[in-house]
Design a binder for this molecule. Structure first.
Ligand SMILES: [Zn+2]
Ligand SMILES: [Zn+2]
Length: 248
């Protein structure tokens, strides 16, 4: 039986763990591949709460190199070293600098293991907005989003099993999302604040004002910060919950 195409929310919180929520991670299961979109530091807790077998993971796709989005990669390495045997390669797709930052983080957290060869290969691939990538039948289009100036930050438009998932990554609001999310089956959009307006994150009033213009079939707000969580009774758009499974 082919796997049904679906997305599971593994982490729906912001960098500060607002509301006790976990760091960003979304599991995509499709007929040809099982992969992560972002891999925050709490990835193992999230996988184990959902009884997901880490051995099934084919690859990882990182939006940007902030800890709440890529900090879980070394913990996955530790899982594969000591708990869930892995000998097949683990491809890691991400923005420029992914290999350097992941290796440095692994060494900082587990110095000896970071310096020793691993029994499985980690294959790093840099994504570029000009070159869409296809991995195991999954077409990944990275596009630059306005988050922080010191990093290249991506959103993704992912096409899998005839379905389209758009992920905002961390970003300020940009009208580009109107075009990017056209006909998407799912748009996972960050919503970090409410009263506080920032160039680097989206506030609830900003997304609420534009939601009607988005021609996606389902809009899910995630990367939820303390402000929107405090006022969730006033929110009419759908909020992500950890463990939420979205069939596509
Ligand atoms: Zn973040
Ligand atoms: Zn960020």
């Amino acid at each position: 039986m082919p796997t049904a195409t679906r997305v599971t929310v593994l982490g729906s919180g912001d960098a500060f763990g607002a509301g006790g929520r976990l760091h960003s991670a979304y599991l995509v299961e499709s007929s040809g591949a099982t992969f992560l979109v972002d891999c925050g530091t709490t990835i193992l807790q999230a996988m184990k709460r959902g009884a997901f077998d880490p051995a099934r993971l084919d690859f990882i796709c990182l939006s940007h190199l902030h800890g709440d989005h890529f900090g879980g990669v070394p913990y996955l390495f530790m899982e594969y070293l000591y708990q869930t045997c892995r000998d097949r390669p683990l491809p890691v797709y991400g923005p420029p600098g992914t290999e350097r930052r992941v290796k440095a983080l692994f060494s900082a957290l587990y110095e000896r293991q970071g310096d020793e060869p691993m029994p499985f290969q980690v294959r790093y691939h840099e994504l570029s907005p000009t070159t869409p990538t296809t991995v195991q039948g999954v077409a990944i289009e990275a596009f630059a989003v306005p988050h922080v100036s010191e990093l290249v930050c991506f959103g993704f438009r992912i096409r899998v099993d005839g379905k389209t998932i758009v992920y905002s990554g961390d970003t300020g609001w940009t009208d580009e999302f109107v075009e990017r999310t056209r006909n998407a089956d799912l748009f996972i959009c960050e919503c970090s604040t409410w009263e506080t307006r920032l160039d680097i994150h989206i506030s609830y009033p900003e997304i609420a004002a534009r939601a009607a213009e988005l021609k996606c079939r389902r809009l899910l707000l995630s990367h939820l910060g303390a402000e929107p969580l405090r006022r969730r009774d006033e929110i009419s758009l759908e909020l992500a919950e950890e463990g939420l499974v979205i069939p596509l």
